[in-house]
Design a protein around this ligand. Structure first.
Ligand SMILES: [Zn+2]
Ligand SMILES: [Zn+2]
Length: 417
């Protein structure tokens, strides 16, 4: 893998003598310091380095030299699911009664209900009085919902990618539900400022129920992660340096301003060999971001225009989104021939006010914890807890692993054999 997957910005392909052609990365953020002639040339597949995440304005330490050991010998038997299509004990299956006594609809596509054990409540309360500046708090209001993706208990988004299922028929309805939720919750609850749509999949991510489902938390504030990112997007658009077409690559948002994520999509799609691209279609591109922390982290971005929120999508963008979600989740399952656990979430414009989130760009993060096999996961511990995140496998190596996987789900392939 050495040297095979680095973007074309001036890295030497091989450096037997350590003296290959010079690095010409004009946008290098990492201040590597010294440029002594006697130093070996930087090789991102060999040398420890830090990568910058412009969305969260944080760094990750990459130690690619530690991945020199081969992947062979770590194959595990494919995980075959033996779950039933209907589980009478599942609180998400159609017609079943939940712990609160409420009965699920006899649904045939998606189903959406308020979480019986919500982390937030809609009632307003007064601020706590006489707080010490060191002990600050603020009341939080919201409502939490659960959305079942499909009535069948033993399916995942990944399996909906492959016949007899299809993204157009089985994932488009999920996106339609997300759209409905994004519109309906703030209309019914005017205090709502942000809607966090996410899916926690697999017991490795603390999800106790295998029934395909996601969650929607609506809040009266914009939480930490999207808030940080929205500030970064705004700062990027307003920074005069990014007006330079060499930086923004000639891509601008619908107000003619630089757009970090549109530029990133173009950069990834136009880099020779597309080393971090997993898949792309007419409207979207999925990459392992340059600054990824999780081994097989994925960032899904619109590639053609600014789409602030899920309601701004055209019919054909919704279909494209369904198809690329299918491809990503299916390929992830195929990496280790297991139901790949992950936390997936949508970041988009806050629902409060038109001005809010002017610079927002809809995107989806996948944070999967698996590292070398279905049973070896990465933990953020030690140095990562105390100092900063660290990874061994580079984003380019991870992207290649995912990209090389089939678009057909491994379980379907096995059933046909
Ligand atoms: Zn179920
Ligand atoms: Zn984000």
């Amino acid at each position: 893998m050495n040297g095979a997957s680095i973007n074309g910005i001036g890295h030497a392909e091989d450096r037997p003598d350590g003296q290959a052609n010079g690095i010409t990365n004009g946008f290098s953020q990492a201040s590597s310091g010294s440029s002594h002639d006697d130093l070996p040339e930087f090789d991102a597949t060999e040398h420890p380095h830090r990568r910058y995440n412009p969305l969260t304005r944080s760094w990750v330490l990459c130690s690619p030299h530690r991945t020199k050991r081969p992947w062979q010998g770590q194959e595990e038997a494919p995980q075959t699911t033996s779950l039933p299509p209907y589980d009478p004990k599942c609180y998400l299956c159609p017609n079943n009664t939940r712990a609160t006594g409420q009965k699920n609809d006899d649904y045939s596509s998606t189903f959406f209900f308020e979480n019986d054990y919500a982390a937030l409540r809609p009632q307003a309360v007064a601020e706590e009085k006489n707080q010490h500046p060191l002990l600050q708090s603020h009341p939080a209001r919201g409502r939490c919902y659960v959305i079942c993706f499909n009535p069948q208990h033993n399916l995942t988004l990944a399996q909906l990618s492959t016949p007899p299922f299809s993204p157009d028929e089985h994932i488009v309805p999920i996106i339609r539900s997300w759209q409905k939720i994004y519109k309906q919750i703030p209309a019914e609850n005017p205090f709502v400022k942000y809607i966090q749509i996410f899916e926690n999949k697999g017991s490795a991510m603390g999800c106790s129920n295998p029934h395909p489902h996601g969650q929607v938390w609506s809040l009266d504030y914009v939480p930490e992660e999207p808030s940080k990112e929205l500030a970064s997007l705004e700062a990027w658009s307003n920074d005069p340096i990014n007006q330079d077409p060499k930086v923004n690559l000639g891509v601008v948002d619908d107000h003619g301003r630089p757009s970090m994520l549109l530029t990133l999509a173009k950069l990834e799609l136009t880099t020779p060999g597309q080393p971090r691209v997993i898949t792309s279609n007419e409207h979207f591109v999925a990459i392992v971001p340059y600054w990824a922390v999780w081994p097989f982290e994925v960032l899904l971005l619109p590639s053609q225009r600014q789409i602030r929120n899920i309601l701004q999508m055209t019919e054909s963008e919704v279909v494209s989104l369904a198809r690329i979600l299918a491809t990503i989740t299916c390929k992830l399952d195929n990496v280790f021939k297991c139901s790949f656990p992950y936390s997936m979430g949508i970041h988009q414009q806050p629902t409060s006010g038109k001005e809010d989130g002017e610079f927002a760009q809809f995107h989806v993060h996948f944070y999967p914890p698996l590292l070398r096999s279905a049973s070896v996961r990465k933990f953020l511990v030690g140095f990562e807890m105390m100092a900063e995140p660290q990874r061994d496998l580079t984003a380019e190596q991870a992207a290649k692993r995912i990209r090389d996987c089939e678009d057909r789900h491994y379980l379907t392939t096995m059933q046909q054999q």
